[in-house]
Ligand binder design. Structure first.
Ligand SMILES: [Zn+2]
Length: 209
């Protein structure tokens, strides 16, 4: 698991890259990257870029410092309800671990309780904890399902993610409007009937609009 990014410390210009980068600030590394890309990091528009990039990356990967168990703690309730609970169209933004470029889309989560339910607002939070890390879509899908399974031991969990990947779109590999769909089905969601019910509910336009 990645270490949280250290906040920038001022570093002397003579910092020797060969001696390892641990003493070099993140800002300095980004400034170096800009130079290697052929830019002039001292021009006006780029002066604050290293610090902005550092803060932005720290925000986009803050999920490393968050524990899904802690987020769900205090939001688990005893409940006899045993029909499908579904939270759909959860906005998701993540970074692909291969190119560190965004992939983004919608997450649909469903489960059938067995004595316990999760406060509904916590499900988007759970998605965010895993999305704000370097990811592959398949693992993100699986981690959300596993975290719910672990937290409440329901009869089953289903997670579907539809996402578009800038690393594919910007390089022309993916057609402009195609999206990648992944799913993770646990417990009773592996049964055809339950899975189809979930998928048909996902396709229906939401009641909220
Ligand atoms: Zn990628």
């Amino acid at each position: 698991m990645a270490q949280p990014m250290a906040m920038s410390k001022p570093v002397s210009k003579s910092a020797n890259m060969d001696e390892g980068l641990s003493e070099v600030s993140t800002e300095e590394i980004i400034r170096e990257l800009l130079s290697r890309l052929g830019e002039d990091p001292s021009r006006q528009g780029l002066l604050a870029t290293p610090s902005r990039v550092e803060k932005s990356l720290a925000h986009l990967t803050k999920g490393y410092n968050e524990d899904p168990t802690m987020i769900l703690r205090g939001a688990l309730f005893d409940e006899d309800y045993d029909e499908m609970v579904i939270v759909k169209d959860i906005e998701m933004f993540s970074l692909c671990e291969h190119h560190m470029l965004p992939f983004f889309g919608k997450v649909h989560v469903a489960y059938i309780p067995k004595g316990k339910v999760i406060g509904l607002s916590k499900i988007p939070r759970l998605v965010e904890v895993f999305a704000r890390r370097l990811q592959v879509q398949e693992r993100l899908t699986r981690q959300i399902a596993d975290a719910i399974q672990l937290a409440i031991q329901p009869q089953g969990v289903g997670v579907v993610i539809e996402a578009r990947h800038l690393c594919m779109m910007m390089r022309g590999i993916e057609k402009q409007h195609s999206s990648t769909v992944t799913s993770a089905m646990v417990g009773c969601f592996r049964q055809k009937e339950t899975r189809l019910e979930f998928l048909s509910l996902v396709r229906q336009p939401g009641a909220e609009g």
